[in-house]
Design a protein around this ligand. Structure first.
Ligand code: G3I
Length: 318
């Protein structure tokens, strides 16, 4: 057995990918998934719009299928996500500006119901997703209706419902040291000083081949969050390429994947590496931008790409 997950396990790393339940019906997909990965993020099915599309009803079917598959195959689950400004149901958005509504109760009820349903089954929650904008809070539905406290309240409610689940704040463009990651750093430092339950930060890493990151800055940034006692997950890695796919581009892409995996391997508390989709066949970038080269580690036929081998090369180091 020379799978990614075998080497990942030996180095205590979670190697994950984001999936939709319907993809499990694709036999090649399911085979590859359980052979190579030990961590699964439901790509959409735990978002409000899917799990709580009617005010007084929850629909756990799709997410349950994913969670059951994961547990049956000895994989861990990343719950994604309890709070986001996107993919919220109509019924919720319609309540905006209604002064008779208690928004805290609505949010607490959602968190309580979902977290309870998956208690002991979801290993880590993205409690908060993409709550920041440049160097400040994003003025989302929850920010406007509850205030900036919604973040710490949500963390506390989640922890209360499942004290063993790891709680994360997940965001994009916080990989390097920049105004956004500075703001996040201050924010979490403050949460921790108030003993708000928080275990880690999710760095998304949605990258494009042509604007690559300053890896030195990424590493410095990782270090400062680790020094706060937090862990880090790489949560949504993909490296999109534009134009025709050439050997050269594949190599460049593989090198970036490798550099990212080196960081995961190097720091004990960088505990997970998740790609945002398993194969190019199902990537959101194909659906959303009609770009056939979303830059995952398996091609449309589920053949491993160069990036796959580069990752493995690092994973199997002693
Ligand atoms: O399920 C409906 C289906 O019933 C309908 O017929 C179809 C028509 O378009 O839409 C389906 O919903 C789509 C859903 O994905 C499931 O495929 C939504 O329109 C579409 O907007 C949604 O996109 C997802 C996006 O988040 C918004 O929720 C992407 O798949 C998903 O990859 C993306 O993931 C996000 C992370 O959660 C957070 N970080 C960024 C990342 C990429 O945007």
């Amino acid at each position: 057995d020379k799978s990614l997950r075998k080497y990942a396990k030996n180095s205590n790393i979670l190697i994950g990918t984001a999936i939709e339940s319907i993809q499990l019906e694709d036999i090649k997909f399911a085979e590859t998934l359980k052979r190579e990965f030990n961590y699964i993020t439901p790509e959409n099915s735990m978002k409000w719009g899917f799990i709580h599309s009617k005010r007084y009803e929850f629909d756990f079917d799709r997410a349950d299928k994913i969670v059951d598959f994961a547990l049956k195959n000895n994989m861990k689950v990343r719950g994604h996500t309890l709070i986001w400004h996107i993919e919220n149901p109509e019924w919720l958005l319609k309540l905006e500006n209604d002064t008779s509504v208690n928004f805290e109760n609505i949010l607490a009820y959602h968190i309580k119901t979902v977290v309870k349903h998956y208690k002991g089954k979801v290993y880590a929650w993205d409690v908060i997703n993409e709550a920041l904008e440049y160097n400040r809070y994003k003025e989302t539905f929850w920010y406007k209706n509850i205030g900036e406290d919604y973040i710490e309240k949500a963390l506390k409610w989640t922890h209360k419902e499942d004290p063993n689940a790891k709680l994360f704040i997940n965001d994009n463009m916080i990989e390097e040291i920049n105004p956004k990651s500075d703001f996040l750093y201050e924010l979490v430092n403050n949460l921790l000083s108030k003993n708000v339950p928080l275990d880690g930060i999710g760095f998304q890493f949605h990258l494009k081949l042509n604007n690559s990151l300053d890896m030195e800055s990424v590493e410095k940034n990782i270090k400062r969050f680790l020094e706060l006692g937090l862990e880090i997950n790489f949560t949504e890695v993909d490296i999109e390429t534009e134009g025709e796919l050439t050997e050269e581009k594949l190599e460049k892409q593989a090198t970036i994947y490798k550099k990212l995996m080196i960081l995961v391997k190097k720091y004990d508390k960088v505990t997970a590496f998740t790609t945002w989709g398993l194969s190019d066949k199902y990537s959101w970038i194909v659906r959303e931008y009609d770009n056939k080269n979303p830059g995952l580690i398996f091609d449309e036929e589920f053949n491993p790409k160069l990036a796959y081998y580069k990752i493995k090369e690092i994973l199997q180091l002693p």
